[in-house]
Design a protein around this ligand. Sequence first.
Ligand code: SF4
Length: 449
Amino acid sequence: MSLNTTKKTPHRIGFVSLGCPKATVDSEHILTQLRAEGYEISPSYDGADLVVVNTCGFIDAAVEESLDAIGEALDENGKVIVTGCLGAKGDIVKQAHPNVLAVTGPHATDEVMRAIHEQLPAEHDPFLDLVPPQGIRLTPRHYAYLKISEGCNHHCTFCIIPDLRGKLVSRPVNDVLLEAERLAASGVKELLVVSQDTSAYGIDVKYKTEFYNGTPVKTRMTELCEALSQFGIWVRLHYVYPYPHVNEIIPLMAEGKILPYLDIPFQHASPKILKAMKRPASTENTMQRIKQWREICPDITIRSTFIAGFPGETEEDFQQLLDFLDEAQLDRVGCFAYSDVDGAKANELEGAVAEEVKQERVARFMEKQAGISAQKLKQNIGKTRDVIIDAIDTTENMIIARTSSDAPDIDGLVYIEMSDSHNCQVGDITQVTITATDEYDMWARFTRQ
Ligand code: SF4
């Protein structure tokens, strides 16, 4: 008997990943599956046998960017499979680009793999097709997104995510913890917990109890946070809605089990607008809650996003929002001008706000918040903070880092001048003394130890 040792050249797949962290996680799942099945990933269009484009379809600008990316992949390569949120929006992709090979919605690894198999059947070689246990990730080695659920049960009138991604489906908590364990073992120092609605985790499975390493754990946000704290790495929560049980996780932040950071999209402060938006937990007394959280955990960083110029927003409503900013003194804030999203209920509401008024309100909002943020950051001068090193720029002699108050990509940075006495690596967590600040970023030197 003779063994045929001739290895065929594996098929090569190009990959373009657009959109939010949830889409990034979808891309990582597809890439992991591709490598598991023996496909190679091509860094260029011309080296690829076909290209997968993972799209975003949330706002018009994202639709435009996704359609452009598909067009570019078709021009450069010719064989393109489209997945992601834009794929779930009817015929938009096929109308703009009739030559794409297949179109799927988001969170559709199996469908994408089926489409790839049809074009390029896998050539599996169990000796050579290795996937690292933590899967393939698109983020730097030292942090990773951990997606705990898919979809959403709410009906915010400006949002079409429930149509695109369906109702809430929570991942079993033991699966989430196993993934976190693998990520921590692979050198990840910071987990960014993401979903559409993190505080709703487990509602769909009635907070089912699963077993992780023989220990019972409920599929529920508090229990998940408690369990994630055992890995001894930073755990940061995103997309938390102000349900009453959010109060349970604040003590975990105060005890240092998870980062004292709450990304909680309030969207507005006028009860009338919140009602028109159909926001979850819109009747909660937000100011009161923020005060309580700060009493329990004085170091908490509260990040939020807002929409200015929602249909029906009067100058009085907007002023209410500015007054809220003054009173709430939030730490990190983003603001977007409302824009119609194809298929969203808010498009039918009366009282559309003129584009120039929207832009003017966003500018006023950001100016107010810049003042608040500058004041808050200034209070750090002279203080020692833990930072995680994101990058080392040897040409500028500068180290770029973040404090626990700053999430990657959306919040501020800490710039540290390189010093010979401190050898650090990307992903290290170290102490610095803050020396200067502006509206959003800080400057620091290493704290002598
Ligand atoms: S909570 Fe509202 S904004 Fe968030 S995904 Fe669900 S419907 Fe969209």
